[in-house]
Write a protein that binds this ligand. Structure first.
Ligand code: ADP
Length: 486
């Protein structure tokens, strides 16, 4: 299909989903909300940090490449590495001492809502989705401040034995303390002098220090857990994220298995209230392969309907599911990477027994759906186009404050690169007899085993912000899909 034809379908689909989305009663969103403290690192800042650590230590650490941050020199070493390579990185820290050290030595420029569940809750509430019932196990007073002031944004609490829904600002536990992640941004072209090294930062990027204090648990109080089925009248779906915070072992002797079981039990409770509910899990990068595998095989498989992920995450998932070669070919940026990505999606749909798997990449999305999914391929397609439009609006403005605020996404052009990339996939699928040219060009492919939606997406050439765009794509496409379940 030509670009202008896509443009016209984009408009119609956006209008259609925007109106049907009003029928969605509500959505439950858990678990990870945190506060992101953002600091742009300038020359003076890096000099100041270097003055407050042992240089020799940092030199050794740069060589060792710490995978976890336990000391200020670990932190400075990872910052030097990220700046030198111009690469984005996220490194966990289990101690709040690092937060204190950063607070003593840097003043953050701004702070905002962070975490997949927090970002998604604010976005959907701002867009006016029926009820957005958000849940974070560690809701503190500070954290509550970062939720938007919207009447449809609610937090479940148990009071006098009754389940009550209140705005997070009325629902926090004063004993909780906030989980604060630091986002250290740096810009291309800045010169960094460190010991004998002297380099120029090759690319704008960021290092995220994600806080994983001991008290972080992906769980729910027993009294709330028992009352989850009561949410049935309020919600049609759930978006769950944050399982990456599950640890292999805890100091009290419990293990990841205990938390996997709790996670599955919550999903079962959601289904107990409403057997037609749809559950979406938003995946992320998870270094620990034991946890990554457990999430996919024990939480997602058999329990979850829909999975959202980016291309790197597809490779990571395939890797722990035993498809190492395919995983490699998805990320090696070769000619056939998109074909491998598609094949990877087929594997994920089948292996994880999903109803829907939505992969987002810069310039295109691939979404595979099972044959028994009660939504037509046309409606799936519309939901994806709606998601791409909202994502484009978010990339253009940095934030979506209302449903009206998503309209501007329609003016963002469809990515030519994405469209070209899809042509490679088209050649392969047509040549192998999986579909005909016409179906591919319409974005809807039907095979005996699954249906597939493949669309070129809108890309903002100079985005104001890119954090959380993947979350926005997955969440809004999923809610669009929910709105079409009869
Ligand atoms: P995050 O976790 O920050 O959301 P992801 O890797 O999950 O990051 O998602 C990033 C997605 O955002 C990409 O797959 C792409 O589809 C979309 N995206 C990134 N930059 C832009 C942009 N400039 N315009 C539109 N979409 C974008």
């Amino acid at each position: 299909m030509e670009m202008w034809e896509w443009d016209s379908i984009y408009h119609k689909s956006y209008e259609d989903i925007r109106s049907s989305i009003e029928d969605v009663r509500g959505i439950f969103v858990a678990y990870n909300s945190n506060i992101d403290a953002i600091k742009h690192i300038g020359v003076v800042d890096i000099e100041h940090l270097l003055m407050n650590v042992e240089l020799k230590d940092v030199q050794e650490k740069v060589f060792e490449y710490p995978r976890q941050i336990e000391s200020p020199s670990d932190l400075v070493a990872r910052l030097i590495i990220a700046m030198r390579d111009g690469k984005a990185a996220e490194v966990p820290t289990n101690t709040t001492a690092i937060h204190d050290w950063l607070t003593d030595h840097l003043v953050f420029d701004s702070a905002r809502m962070g975490g997949q569940a927090g970002i998604i809750s604010n976005l959907l509430a701002s867009m006016g989705i029926g009820k957005v019932i958000t849940y974070v196990p560690w809701l503190s007073e500070e954290q509550a401040e970062y939720f938007v002031d919207s009447e449809n944004l609610l937090f479940p609490v148990v009071e006098g034995g009754e389940l009550v829904l209140k705005h997070p600002k009325q629902a926090f536990d004063p004993d909780n303390i906030p989980k604060i992640n630091w986002i250290l941004e740096f810009s291309k072209g800045m010169e960094v002098k460190f010991a004998e090294e002297h380099f120029v930062i090759p690319r704008d990027n960021r290092l995220i220090i994600s806080s994983r204090p001991k008290w972080i648990r992906i769980e729910m109080s027993p009294e709330l857990y028992e009352r989850i089925p009561q949410l049935q009248a309020d919600i049609d779906g759930a978006i769950l994220a944050g399982y990456q915070m599950i640890k292999e072992e805890y100091e009290d002797g419990s293990t990841y298995m205990d938390y996997v079981e709790k996670a599955v039990n919550v999903i079962e409770k959601l289904k107990e209230g409403n057997p037609d509910i749809r559950i979406h899990v938003e995946f992320t990068s998870i270094q620990n392969k034991v946890i990554r595998k457990a999430i996919l095989k024990q939480i997602v498989r058999q329990h979850v309907h829909s999975l959202g992920l980016d291309t790197v995450e597809v490779a990571n998932a395939l890797n722990v599911l035993g498809y190492e070669e395919l995983a490699y070919s998805v990320i090696n940026k070769g000619e056939n990477a998109i074909v491998s990505l598609y094949e990877g999606a087929v594997k994920l749909l089948k292996e994880l027994e999903l109803e829907r798997v939505h992969i987002h990449s810069l310039g295109f999305y691939i979404c595979l759906v099972s044959k028994d999914c009660p939504v037509s391929t046309e409606d799936h397609l519309k939901a994806l186009l709606f998601g791409s439009t909202v994502a484009a609006a978010q990339a253009s403005h940095g934030e979506i404050l209302s449903m009206e605020g998503t309209e501007s996404g329609l003016d963002v052009p469809i990515s030519v690169e994405g469209h070209n990339e899809l042509e490679k996939l088209e050649k392969h699928l047509v040549r192998s007899g999986i579909c005909c040219t016409e179906d591919f060009e319409n974005g809807c492919i039907s095979t005996p085993l699954y249906d597939a939606l493949v669309i070129p997406t809108k890309v903002v050439s100079e985005p104001v912000a890119t954090v959380g765009i993947g979350d926005a794509i997955s969440a809004t496409s999923f809610v669009g899909f929910l709105s079409k379940i009869k």
